[in-house]
Ligand binder design. Structure first.
Ligand code: PEP
Ligand code: MN
Length: 340
């Protein structure tokens, strides 16, 4: 931390800050400048934050130097990328690309089976499918719930694809135990800290989506909630954020991919479907994500999107998926990555 004093700060005010820091066991280094004096506070940034130095007279600003996220950071102790397997599919390895595909929502056994078979044949690593849907309106279709998990379980057994599904409430963890391989925390729940601790304790890999209006620092601090429970298997997902631009449903923040790859050891994937809200944009954004160095994508696919109960406009046609997958794989291969 750096404590910057105002130009008018008196020697006594500077001394008072130093005394507070030292009483906390933090080393204080006074650096007088031409106009203002700065005091470097070395050690225990949390302790310094709790001192509330901003309120002291003569203090202008308290500037954090170290990152606010601890466990997700690649800068403190964890320099190597986190790599793990989901039923034999590697996630986060520099030479693998993870293609997660499937319907927005499980609607019928046939729909789920048809899509799952198509994506499995085209090289998908995992099947996505919503059972409990976090809908903006309580009057929209909420998902088939437990029945959907039953369907996912059958299709998982038939295709061998691991299943990714969103947990919207701690009440449902028991239902997820048997059939869900990766527990998704949706954008709307990224800051549901109680839920993050619950998924941290489940012992399953977690796919954590960035909140609609969350900064990347906030995403990494949310990841810290899962990591602190001893669960290292966290996948971060950029899914578009709210900006002034309304042409696309959200603004896909592709810069987040290389930024996250620099600042965290966790795998980073991109959701071009929810970001764009338009299936015509999903291919280009998916290719861009692969070329930007993402560890994978999660994409929505439907056999009959016109009849979809949720997110029809951006689900890509199952018949188009094989060409889509090979196109994305070609872009991932530019960075030496093969489908997991
Ligand atoms: C989803 O992936 O099904 C979903 C609802 O996405 P998000 O949480 O990113 O809106
Ligand atoms: Mn959806």
């Amino acid at each position: 931390m750096m404590v910057v004093m105002t130009p008018e700060a008196t020697p006594a005010e500077i001394e008072a800050v130093v005394a507070k820091l030292e009483a906390r066991g933090v080393h204080a280094k006074v650096m007088p400048g031409e106009l203002t004096t700065a005091i470097g506070a070395i050690g225990d940034p949390e302790g310094v934050r709790e001192l509330g130095l901003e309120g002291l007279s003569g203090v202008d600003q308290v500037i954090p130097i170290s990152r606010p996220y601890k466990l997700a950071s690649s800068e403190l102790s964890h320099h190597e990328p986190t790599v793990f397997e989901v039923d034999g599919r590697r996630v986060g390895a520099p030479d693998t690309f993870c293609l997660i595909a499937g319907p927005c929502t499980v609607e019928t056994p046939d729909q789920t089976r048809t899509v799952a078979r198509t994506v499995a044949e085209a090289g998908a690593s995992m099947l996505r499918g919503g059972a409990f849907k976090p809908r903006t309106s309580p009057f929209s279709f909420q998902g088939l719930g437990e029945q959907a998990l039953g369907i996912l379980g059958e299709v998982r057994a038939e295709t061998g694809l691991p299943v990714v599904s969103e947990l919207t409430s701690a009440q449902h963890t028991g239902l997820f135990a048997e059939v869900v391989d990766v527990v998704q925390v949706g954008a709307r729940n990224m800051q549901n800290y109680g839920l993050l601790e619950v998924v941290g304790k489940l012992g399953k890999p977690v796919l954590l989506k960035r909140g609609l209006s969350s900064t990347l620092d906030e995403l990494l601090m949310a990841a810290d909630y899962v990591l602190k429970e001893g669960n290292e298997r966290v996948i971060l997902c950029e899914r578009g954020i709210r900006t002034f631009e309304t042409a696309t449903r959200f603004t896909l923040d592709l810069g987040a991919v290389p930024w996250l790859k620099l600042h965290t050891h966790l795998p980073v994937i991109v959701d071009p479907s929810h970001a764009s809200g338009d299936r015509r944009l999903v291919g280009p954004l998916a290719r861009a994500a692969a070329a930007a160095g993402a560890d994978g994508i999660i994409v929505e696919v439907h056999d009959d999107p016109e009849a979809a109960l949720c997110d029809g406009p951006h689900q890509i046609y199952a018949k188009d998926f094989p060409a889509f997958a090979s196109d994305v794989a070609a872009h991932a291969s530019l960075l030496g990555k093969k489908l997991a």
